[in-house]
Design a protein around this ligand. Structure first.
Ligand SMILES: C[S@@+](CC[C@H](N)C(=O)[O-])C[C@H]1O[C@@H](n2cnc3c(N)ncnc32)[C@H](O)[C@@H]1O
Length: 404
């Protein structure tokens, strides 16, 4: 592979924003990719993947490059040189790479890789927490899986098409996909591609959604005509799935504390041809109290650490703080307490997170079941999805049923 100067500059600019200006990697990359209209899909892939790679391996690369935060541009070029050397890419004779000790880089990589926190590039405190919660063996495997690049998975919008038709449509545009056993609406891309520019996307035939995430609405067991509350709907990944399982019949109330997220959901719903969603910004407890004992199904897709989706958001490990995780555990129990009251007798509740930590998952559910609100419910089943076992995102989901 030959390195192109303008693409490498884009990567260094992106890393500056992510590491030094505390911006989110996905937003930075989205912006970077708009920089030059002449870039083809390979160029865009290079910018996105190289930036993500260096974010993912920040701690290891900084250690090998012998640089410390805050990184100046020279530091970032040194980390870039580590990335390129470890990938086996020949460094061009640009001034940024002068005197790069290629052999030493490889030797240091072998040496430092003996330590898990360096090999997997993870802050000590997250590593300690992972070992304490999952045990050393599982955590070690999970961390390695979370550092791999995630596949691109689509969820067919069955309101508009079928999985088979969508596969053919994409094939005609040179995008090859395969079915995934056990995931009824999923298509996996055999090679990365920018699916957002396709007609099929613009027409709302699919959404990009990981296979594990697709299991959540399935577990909720919705039927056409039901009243369903999606309490932490965000931009609506799961709301849209629920709507398609309900064949657009019945009512979904999609709630979130952020109006900006629900606005995105509105746009996506329109594209998806979804007509049965009412949006409610949670700025008081009124809309919740109004729905007490009314919903056939309630989904709590709770805010969480995101430690199951590091493959997609590698910068999260550098942005997370122990206090945030403590606070979010409090929110998780709080939303379980409050939102469970909307389930009607005989109705069902799914609690889900994209975390792999038991303290955000089964422990929350067990604690809830012991409280006054929880005694109304029976535990039906749960799924603990780990990336190293499933090949998809780390997720947790539990199904509870309100006693009749
Ligand atoms: C895991 S995300 C939801 C993802 C979304 N369900 C999807 O499938 O795309 C959690 C959401 O909970 C929202 N949230 C945080 N605290 C909340 C609260 N107390 N009540 C309702 N929503 C809350 C966040 O704004 C965020 O959008």
């Amino acid at each position: 592979m030959r390195l192109h100067r303008n693409l490498c500059f884009a990567v260094i600019d992106g890393l500056t924003s992510i590491f030094n200006e505390d911006e989110y990697a996905d937003k930075v990359i989205q912006k970077l990719l708009k920089r030059d209209k002449r870039w083809g899909s390979r160029d865009r892939g290079f910018v996105a993947e190289t930036t993500y790679d260096i974010v993912r391996w920040k701690r290891l690369y900084a250690e090998i490059a012998e640089v410390k935060e805050p990184f100046d541009r020279d530091n970032l070029w040194r980390m870039f040189a580590v990335w390129a050397t470890l990938k086996g890419i020949k460094l061009p004779d640009w001034k940024y790479f002068e005197g790069t000790p290629t052999r030493k880089i490889k030797g240091k990589f072998d040496e430092l890789s003996k330590s898990r926190v360096l090999r997997e590039s993870i802050p000590d405190w997250i590593d300690d927490m992972g070992v304490a919660e999952l045990g050393e063996v599982k955590w070690t495997k999970e961390l390695a899986a979370q550092n791999k690049q995630a596949d691109v998975i689509l969820r067919t919008n069955t309101l508009k098409t079928t999985k088979e038709k969508l596969q053919n449509l994409l094939f005609d545009q040179n995008i090859e996909t395969e079915f995934i056993k056990g995931y009824p609406s999923a298509l996996k891309l055999t090679e990365r591609a920018n699916v957002f520019v396709t007609e099929a996307f613009k027409k709302g035939f699919f959404e990009v959604q990981d296979a594990s995430s697709q299991m959540v609405a399935e577990m909720l067991d919705v039927k056409p005509g039901m009243k369903v509350v999606d309490t932490c709907a965000g931009a609506g990944g799961k709301t849209l799935h629920i709507a398609s399982l309900m064949q657009n019949k019945g009512q979904i109330v999609a709630m979130d504390i952020y109006e900006s997220k629900l606005k995105k959901l509105k746009i996506r719903a329109r594209r998806n041809g979804v007509h049965n969603v009412d949006l409610k910004v949670l700025d008081s407890t009124k809309p919740i109290k109004k729905l007490y004992n009314k919903a056939d199904r309630v989904l709590i897709d709770a805010p969480c650490s995101g430690l199951g989706v590091l493959r997609r958001n590698p910068d999260a490990k550098w942005k997370l703080e122990p206090e945030f995780i403590d606070r979010i555990r409090g929110v998780q129990q709080d939303v379980l307490q409050k939102y469970s009251k909307m389930v009607k007798p005989g109705g069902k509740l799914v609690y889900a997170t994209c975390s792999v930590l038991p303290s955000e998952n089964q422990n929350q559910v067990q604690a809830f079941l012991k409280t006054e609100a929880g005694t109304e419910f029976t535990f039906v089943k749960d799924k603990k999805v780990l990336a190293h076992e499933s090949g998809f995102d780390g997720f947790y989901m539990a199904l509870l049923e309100r006693k009749a």
